[in-house]
Design a protein around this ligand. Structure first.
Ligand code: ZN
Length: 198
């Protein structure tokens, strides 16, 4: 049964496809959006399109950036020989917020999940392996402690070890299944400091 007109239903349908937005939130957002002045809605629509068109992966670390190289990789003060591997740009942001990590990152954009049919070729692993051909001292694996995150950590460690690069895993102080971005900075720092060699 359709209670709403086709246009509002279509908007609700689009919004409910966003992560974390259920049908009720989608309805609330849809009615809020159509109640706003057209100019304001246009700014929202424009910034969605602008972000999508102009953001791309950093040539080095694969995080999202609007320049060819992201500000972290472009910073000469960062230690390029230490690479922290994270699942998403949000995880990178969580570690950056601590202000204590001086190495660089590698963003995988996902994790290996046989259940969801996501294999090693579906995440940015080849790009990581290419970086290891350079001068790298340590790879810190900071994927989430979910099943997918652990599977990915194990896979990467097996892949890298023959190259003779030190591989460490952040400490398990990070709660199982916990999303890195929801964990406070002190826990993150402890996890980083307590990392163990794989
Ligand atoms: Zn970068």
């Amino acid at each position: 049964m359709d209670y709403f007109s086709g246009r509002i239903s279509a908007l609700i349908e689009q919004l409910s496809q966003l992560p974390g937005i259920g049908p009720k939130s989608a309805q609330r957002l849809a009615f809020y959006i159509v109640s706003q002045p057209e100019e304001k809605v246009k700014r929202l629509a424009d910034s969605l399109l602008d972000a999508r068109r102009n953001l791309h992966y950093c040539r080095e670390c694969c995080t999202l950036t609007d320049s060819e190289i992201c500000p972290i990789c472009a910073n000469p003060k960062r230690d390029k020989r230490t690479i922290m591997v994270v699942e998403t740009p949000r995880d990178l942001a969580a570690y950056e917020k601590t202000g204590k990590y001086t190495g660089v990152y590698h963003v995988l954009h996902g994790a290996i999940s046989p259940m969801l049919g996501i294999g090693p070729d579906d995440i940015r692993l080849k790009e990581l392996m290419r970086r290891l051909e350079g001068d790298v001292k340590e790879v810190i694996i900071a994927t989430n402690s979910s099943l997918e995150g652990e599977t990915t950590a194990m896979y990467i460690s097996k892949l890298i070890k023959p190259a003779g690069v030190k591989v460490t895993r952040i400490a398990s102080g990070v709660p199982v299944g916990g999303d890195l971005e929801n964990i406070d900075e002190i826990t993150l720092l402890r996890a980083l400091e307590g990392r163990t060699e794989l």
